[in-house]
Unconditional design. Structure first.
Length: 99
């Protein structure tokens, strides 16, 4: 059986072209999903979370005493850390219009 090298190369180049052309679309969709997830995290209501309340208390205290925030608490769970940080920002005055 004789293989036509030109035809095999043409098909290979065409297949590679389709594969490369599809990559940016997939990357754009992934970036949009990530942005949406980040926005949902940002919009989450932590007001009943004990770590948020602790951050709020310490933020208000630091603002009242004109102190900088030195990361006082480090939590093992990312969600707990985000709640604390959001509370601290709100308490210190970085998010006045929400609270």
């Amino acid at each position: 059986m004789k293989i036509n090298l030109t035809r095999v190369m043409g098909i290979s180049v065409l297949a590679l072209g389709f594969a490369v052309a599809g990559m940016p679309v997939r990357a754009a969709i992934t970036a949009q999903d990530q942005d949406r997830t980040d926005q949902q995290r940002h919009d989450q209501d932590y007001s009943n979370n004990k770590n948020y309340q602790l951050g709020m208390k310490e933020g208000r205290d630091d603002r009242a005493h004109n102190r900088d925030h030195s990361k006082k608490h480090h939590f093992k769970k990312d969600e707990d850390q985000r709640a604390y940080d959001a509370g601290y920002q709100a308490g210190y005055g970085g998010d006045r219009d929400r609270h």
